[in-house]
Design a protein around this ligand. Structure first.
Ligand SMILES: Cc1cc2nc3c(=O)[nH]c(=O)nc-3n(C[C@H](O)[C@H](O)[C@H](O)COP(=O)(O)O)c2cc1C
Length: 334
């Protein structure tokens, strides 16, 4: 069944070792063992969000995920993590099949270290030139992520990235499209343009198997696309990566945090790298408060613009089935 979708997803699914070329993008605090295993068990591809975890915690999370699924899953590592190479060693210990390097250009030796233990590497790239360079120098696949997405975002929309990257790279390389995907019709369009598969986050964040706090989920069900707004940079000296989240009091607290960190920078109390790490720690803490504690007032409700299409709690298997049915229907109408 769903033959057209299956045919277009074949390359991506073979690469991932999953039934469908649908990744659930890593979401810090949300993408832990339960959601990751549920996604992989349902035929998708789950990815553990390492975020700011220590190597010891990642070790436990991988072991815990393995106990819940025998299907392949990936681990998402943030390139600016100070213990990146120790985290890669943990992935090596567990023979993790796929590692996603996120949050910046992979530092020297990181792609090689993953390939050395037989892991496949997925990378992000902000420009076509850099994408080509990374893919020609060892990365196995690319994720392009538009600014419709939840969490940390770049400046360009998914539709424009898709037009720029897919015709240029889609035949030769594996490219997965992320950002703003809420229905299978959109998946069909990107597959037809040459994508190997897709990555969704927002659509899966409130699945039944997600451990996110009920109040976090309620905020998602109530929100519309226009509520998921990108943070603004208040000080030109402190470049911060914008984050898309549902507007709340936490949005203002981030403005205050930026002022505080910019002042530390001015006083010479911290260097730029450290300043950026302080900002990232702010987000990690704020996201934890929202996801785990259910503090939807001042916590960070990271969400993409597709949040308006998330209206109720459904099991992962139902969400995937719905996406595939919509995708196949769209392809059949062509
Ligand atoms: C709550 C939340 C947390 C996220 N955390 C991470 C993360 O830790 N690492 C990462 O690479 N991407 C992260 N993302 C991005 C997702 O992996 C995924 O690429 C994105 O959600 C796809 O776009 P969509 O939200 O429009 O579906 C996060 C997204 C959300 C909504």
């Amino acid at each position: 069944m769903k033959n057209k979708t299956k045919a277009l997803m074949a390359r991506g699914a073979a690469f991932l070792g999953s039934e469908h070329a649908i990744l659930c993008g890593a979401m810090s605090w949300v993408s832990e063992r339960n959601l990751v295993a549920a996604i992989s068990n349902a035929g998708g591809f789950g990815v553990i969000a390492c975020g700011a975890m220590t190597p010891e915690l990642l070790d436990k999370e991988i072991a815990g995920t393995k106990a819940l699924t025998s299907k392949p899953f990936g681990v998402n590592l943030i390139t600016m993590h100070p213990q990146l190479f120790d985290l890669i060693a943990v992935c090596a210990k567990h023979k993790v099949s796929h590692v996603v390097l996120a949050g910046g250009i992979p530092p020297k030796g990181s792609v090689e270290a993953i390939k050395a233990f037989g892991g496949k590497v997925l990378v992000f790239a902000p420009t076509l030139a850099l994408a080509k360079k990374l893919l020609r120098s060892g990365a196995d696949a690319l994720v392009i992520e538009g600014m419709e997405a939840g969490g940390h975002i770049g400046p360009v929309s998914t539709s424009v990235l898709a037009q720029e990257f897919l015709p240029a790279l889609g035949d030769e390389f594996l490219v997965f499209v992320a950002g703003g995907i809420g229905r299978g019709d959109m998946i069909a369009a990107y597959l037809e343009m040459g994508a190997a598969g897709v990555q969704l986050g927002t659509r899966f964040a409130c699945a039944s198997e997600s451990i996110a706090h009920p109040d976090f989920k309620k905020a998602f069900f109530r929100a519309n696309a226009r509520d998921a707004i990108a943070s603004v940079q208040v000080d030109p000296r402190l470049p911060v990566i914008p984050v898309r989240a549902l507007k709340n009091k936490g949005t203002e607290e981030f403005t205050a945090k930026q002022r505080e960190v910019a002042q530390l920078l001015d006083e010479g109390a911290v260097a730029m790298g450290e300043a950026q790490l302080l900002i990232e720690h702010f987000w990690a803490g704020a996201l934890r408060r929202a996801v785990i504690d259910g503090d939807v007032e001042s916590g960070s409700l990271m969400a993409g613009q597709s949040v308006g299409m998330v209206t109720q709690e459904d099991p992962v298997a139902d969400i995937i089935a719905e996406l595939l049915t919509e995708c196949e229907a769209a392809l059949s109408r062509r």
